[in-house]
Design a binder for this molecule. Sequence first.
Ligand code: TYD
Length: 204
Amino acid sequence: MKGNFITLEGIEGSGKSTSLNTITEILTERHIDFILTKEPGGGPLGKDLRAMLLSKSSEISPEVELLLMMADRKNHIDNLVMPNINKGVWVISDRYLDSTYAYQGGGRQINTSKIDSLARLLDLPQPDLTLLFDLPPPMALDRAKKRSELDRFESEPMDFHERIRDAYLSLNEDNPERFRLIDSSVDFLEVKKQVETVVLDFIV
Ligand code: TYD
């Protein structure tokens, strides 16, 4: 049997990474074989592409950014994600294709139909479950600032982050069969409870 493909999405500082621990605990308890990975940078080409994409000194246009994200993703899917899913191993990815619709589509305002065409061209699979961590951008960026120095995306103005959030909320509305919305504006234990409910509900 194939493994499931679960993705975590949300703006910067939305609590995705912390929630990976919650998911890890549940899957381990249930003896489910899984791997954790992330985009950009999960595939063999990842380290170099990730550095190019996140460095503030990179001079890249929105279209080049889109193509690099998609190249990174195809490399990740072919070399890590699909081989594991085909072996029956679950794959949990911190970000995937919805990030491109939100950041390059919403944030950089690239027409969504261009992203659709690339996704079709590359034959990218759909996740089985997507957890969207949602909270107001000013609150999220405050958290991200406390964590580390801001990268190329995090340093963008607030309206960029607002557009990303709006794009994510539209994706959630358009794909109710796989999206589950997590309210990340509440305290950590409350977020954890929501994640547990969603993941346990998916497993049964
Ligand atoms: P990362 O440090 O992994 O951020 P986070 O911890 O918030 O996930 O950096 C990933 C950055 O890349 C993040 O700002 C979102 C951006 N990104 C895109 O713009 N498009 C994409 O398709 C992906 C996967 C990420």
